[in-house]
Write a protein that binds this ligand. Structure first.
Ligand SMILES: [Zn+2]
Length: 303
């Protein structure tokens, strides 16, 4: 359900006819059709904490954090347009857009929106953010089908326990290893299935002066499911995870970003209690994820 914020259109038009000074409010509301409606908070135990306000900031070079505190949304900028990675919860779309603007960027300059995996806490805001920006959305074939058709995948390990996302109007398909360009930006898609069949991680380079670093936005790899689902009896599921671990082990990974900042000690790194730049971070993440999967397999097989 969507709760319309501000006065109804008819009321605005009446005010407009009586007093032109209301035009500012009306024009602002009409100029942001994608964000005119503010969704109610998502019904999940962690959602309010995930959506806690977070001041946006530069991570490195042209890479910025624009998400709420508990769910990543990353902006990569150029003079010829920007790329936005993930839209967090439906109720995160408005604060993400506000964060982008408060950094001095325009929503209309967001030319490409990409996704890690199509769950409500990472893809929930994408429909509204596409409406607000007019950006292309690209996604893996599995994720694109969920985004445009069903809102939640029937073969998603968590099917039945998670809410569907708001449908995204236009989604283009990506191929594994495909690079997308916006101006001089180049961002590459890597299929990293396991947590969902369509999971996608992203890599790009950001530079400060002559120092260019490889950034990895790694998708979730937690083997979580609805009751009754077994990764060990779901065709290809274990091999999916293994493909994703291999990607992480091989990636040029100076700075690791994860869909949930806590999954990579991001706030400790922002507060400089741990180094932000750590070329071993992706391999360590692969090791932790592999151990989680090993424990899950042991539970499923009783060994
Ligand atoms: Zn998820």
């Amino acid at each position: 359900m969507l709760a319309v914020v501000g006065p109804p259109l008819a009321q605005i038009m009446l005010r407009l006819s009586k007093n032109g000074s209301y035009c500012l409010l009306a024009c602002l509301l009409l100029a942001w059709p994608g964000l005119r409606a503010q969704p109610k908070g998502s019904a999940c135990a962690e959602c309010a904490a995930w959506n806690a306000p977070q001041k946006p900031f530069r991570i490195y070079g042209n890479t910025y954090y624009v998400g709420p505190h508990g769910l990543s949304s990353i902006l990569v900028t150029s003079g010829a347009g920007h790329v936005l990675l993930d839209g967090a919860l439906p109720e995160s779309a408005r604060p993400i857009a506000a964060s982008i603007r408060s950094l001095g960027f325009r929503m209309e300059d967001v030319k490409l929106i990409v996704n890690s995996h199509v769950h409500f806490d990472h893809a929930g805001g994408i429909a509204a953010l596409q409406r607000a920006s007019g950006a292309r959305v690209v996604a893996s074939p599995w994720s694109a089908a969920v985004m445009t058709k069903t809102g939640v995948g029937r073969d998603d390990p968590q099917y039945g326990t998670i809410p569907p996302i708001a449908k995204v109007a236009r989604v283009e398909l990506l191929r594994d290893g495909q690079t997308f360009r916006v101006g001089q930006l180049a961002i590459t898609a890597h299929l990293t299935p396991g947590h969902t069949p369509g999971g996608t991680s992203w890599t790009w380079q950001s530079c400060e002066a002559s120092r260019c670093l490889g950034i990895v936005y790694a998708d979730s790899l937690a083997p979580i499911s609805a009751a009754g689902f077994k990764f060990t009896s779901s065709r290809g599921a274990i091999q999916d995870f293994e493909k994703s671990f291999a990607f992480l082990r091989a990636a040029a990974c100076d700075i690791l970003l994860t869909t949930h900042p806590d999954a990579s000690a991001f706030w400790a790194r922002v507060e400089e209690r741990q180094p932000m730049v750590d070329p071993d971070a992706c391999r360590q993440l692969a090791g932790r994820a592999e151990e989680q999967l090993r424990r899950r397999i042991a539970v499923e097989t009783g060994r």
